[in-house]
Design a protein around this ligand. Structure first.
Ligand SMILES: NC(=O)c1ccc[n+]([C@@H]2O[C@H](COP(=O)([O-])OP(=O)(O)OC[C@H]3O[C@@H](n4cnc5c(N)ncnc54)[C@H](OP(=O)(O)O)[C@@H]3O)[C@@H](O)[C@H]2O)c1
Length: 276
């Protein structure tokens, strides 16, 4: 869309996969893009490929709340406005791990970093004429649950349980943000479906190999899954909250988007942040 003014885009988790594809597509449209990732090498590979000073790479471990706060300060010192925030960072863990602040890793990276970035970048988002946040997770999927009594999964940890809990938490983050944040920013929950990305993040080589083979035959190309995100940045949806599962709108009355649960999780999250 050549008649659009260049945007300022922040991509959390953009050194590979859909975040990377979104960053490159937005750079091609003339935007300024900041990509955050934990790997210096992957960040530098992206800088080399993009070959433009409109791309900045910030190395940060988003599983740490202190690091997320540093990222927010870094962005605030360099930008007066954020037009789009893309939330992609995730990593699977076969065994339970704790972060620097003693939180379960998947909860901290996949959910809490997104919570902090969404809420704390609000002032910069408000400065944009058409701000949008796109949270890429698994909206529409009804498996899994929030473990209300033990969100840090201190007992009965499992890779899928942790992923599904954090995915659901992201669904509820979108619902709570649209209800409570008093922001003009449009919140988009996006489930891209099985995509040819993220296949390297499994520690188990057997699982990694199987997923890669399946992805070759059944998954969507990365650019195809990223395309709606690139377009939402140009033209944010009209509604405060939009949920799209593989191209189809998700019924807002779905149990996984329950406003009561969203409020409950937002309160739990604020209490947790007050303690860390
Ligand atoms: N691929 C699929 O089939 C699929 C399907 C449904 C939903 N999704 C969801 O879509 C999102 C994006 O998936 P993807 O396939 O594009 O994943 P991906 O290629 O694995 O990308 C994940 C990004 O997260 C970053 N990251 C991981 N740990 C980090 C940390 N501690 N600190 C900062 N950045 C970190 C990685 O960068 P570094 O390595 O540089 O840290 C990478 O840029 C994920 O939330 C995923 O759950 C994916």
């Amino acid at each position: 869309m050549p008649d659009q003014a260049p945007k300022n885009v922040i991509i959390a988790g953009g050194t590979t996969g859909m975040g990377r594809a979104t960053a490159l597509a937005r750079l091609a449209r003339g935007d300024t893009v900041t990509v955050i990732g934990s790997s210096e090498a992957k960040g530098h590979a992206l800088l080399t490929e993009a070959a433009t000073d409109r791309l900045r790479f910030l190395r940060a471990d988003l599983s740490s709340t202190a690091e997320v706060e540093r990222v927010i300060d870094w962005i605030g010192e360099r930008h007066q406005r954020v037009d789009a925030l893309g939330l992609f960072a995730n990593r699977v863990n076969r065994r339970r791990r704790e972060t620097a602040e003693g939180l379960e890793y998947t909860f901290a990276l996949y959910y809490l970093s997104r919570y902090l970035l969404s809420y704390r970048l609000r002032p910069l988002l408000e400065a944009s004429p058409a701000p949008v946040i796109v949270n890429v997770a698994g909206v529409g999927f009804t498996g899994g649950a929030i473990s209300w009594d033990d969100p840090q999964l201190t007992s009965g940890y499992g890779l899928m349980r942790a992923q599904l809990q954090a995915g659901r938490a992201n669904d509820l983050l979108g619902v709570a943000f649209a209800r409570r944040a008093a922001s003009r920013a449009r919140y988009v929950l996006y489930h891209p479906g099985f995509t040819r990305s993220g296949t390297d993040s499994h520690e188990n080589p057997l699982v990694r190999g199987t997923i890669k083979t399946l992805a070759r035959f059944f998954a969507r190309p990365v650019a195809e899954s990223a395309r709606p995100i690139v377009e939402w940045i140009d033209a944010p949806p009209a509604a405060g909250l939009t949920a799209i599962d593989r191209g189809k709108p998700v019924d807002p009355s779905l149990k996984t988007l329950d406003p009561g649960d969203a409020d409950r999780l937002a309160d739990l999250t604020e209490a947790l942040l007050a303690r860390t």
